[in-house]
Design a protein around this ligand. Structure first.
Ligand code: GTP
Ligand code: MG
Length: 270
């Protein structure tokens, strides 16, 4: 979606389940408005947060005028047979994008195309590289051909439906995903408690929520080193994103088992 929209709206890391929300990316042109909707990947629910993530996937399946099913060279249908079956039966046009072909060769790619052709017979298949923007323009053309005519849903100036605070919290979460391992990034939630725009600087205070004391220790790190590292990297990227100097303060708090508690998930916007 970032490549299609031309803005980094969704955070990107090498770890699975980075995206937890449904994030809109809006592209405005003289003649059209396209609303992209990035979703979490398909997961087998192991805790309540996963169930909400799958709700976002299922809502998007219902809403979409065109579905972009994004896979890569290694993925197969093992973990999401049910969803695939649903997709293969949908009336909505499906484009199957085989991503990361910069890591492939002709033989592997042909084998993948045949595989997905069998799984999603009605879908048009596009090998792409999001990283190198390869073949994305072809997908773009296809989308323009397929989408129905409608009045614009959003204001022409908008690029997403989320406030700045959301993107700030996501950037911090991305740095946690990049620097912390195992269960820690999955146990983190980031809330922006204060966001004040002054003349030359934007001041913000972020609260990083974890599920257990041991995770709090890891996020803070020896002598506070880890938290500083996360904060520094996040601040640099936030400054680029919002275009002002940023002062970012970070705190860590434990909220026991927040990922498995309905009321807590609701409180955090899931
Ligand atoms: N080589 C290569 N890597 C890519 C390409 N596109 C994405 N990646 C990498 O693939 C990894 C996963 O990217 P994400 O954007 O987080 O993938 P996602 O499908 O949204 O994953 P979740 O949000 O975790 O469900 C990151 O390390 C990206 O840098 C590509 O075209 N080529
Ligand atoms: Mg993602």
């Amino acid at each position: 979606m970032n490549q299609l929209v031309g803005e980094k709206l969704s955070i990107v890391t090498s770890k699975a389940q980075t995206t937890r929300h449904r994030i809109l990316g809006i592209v405005n042109d003289e003649d059209y408005q396209i609303v992209f909707s990035d979703t979490p990947g398909v997961v087998n629910a192991a805790y309540k947060l996963h169930e909400t993530m799958m709700d976002y996937v299922n809502t998007s399946l219902k809403d979409a005028d065109v579905l972009l099913f994004i896979t890569d060279l290694k993925e197969n249908d093992m973990n999401h047979k049910e969803t695939l079956e649903k997709i293969s039966k949908m009336e909505t046009p499906v484009l199957c994008l085989i991503n990361k072909i910069d890591l492939s060769n002709q033989k592997i790619l042909e084998e993948r195309v045949a595989y997905w052709h069998e799984k999603l017979p009605k879908a048009k298949i596009y090998p792409i590289s999001a990283l190198h923007n390869f073949n994305v323009d072809q997908v773009w053309k296809e989308i323009l051909d397929l989408i129905p005519e409608n009045p614009p849903y959003y204001d022409k100036e908008e690029i997403s439906d989320r406030p700045m605070r959301f993107f700030v919290s996501e950037i911090i979460r991305e740095k946690i995903f990049l620097y912390c391992d195992k269960e820690v990034p999955y146990s983190c939630q980031v809330e922006i408690e204060e966001y004040v725009e002054e003349e030359t600087i934007t001041r913000m205070r972020a609260l990083i929520i974890v599920e257990r004391d041991s995770q709090k220790g890891i996020i803070i790190g020896k002598g506070g080193e880890m938290l500083k590292r996360i904060g520094r990297a996040a601040r640099i990227e936030i400054e680029k994103f919002i275009g002002t100097k940023v002062f970012l303060e970070n705190y860590v708090k434990v909220d026991k088992d927040w990922r498995s508690t309905d009321a807590k998930l609701k409180k955090y916007g899931y």
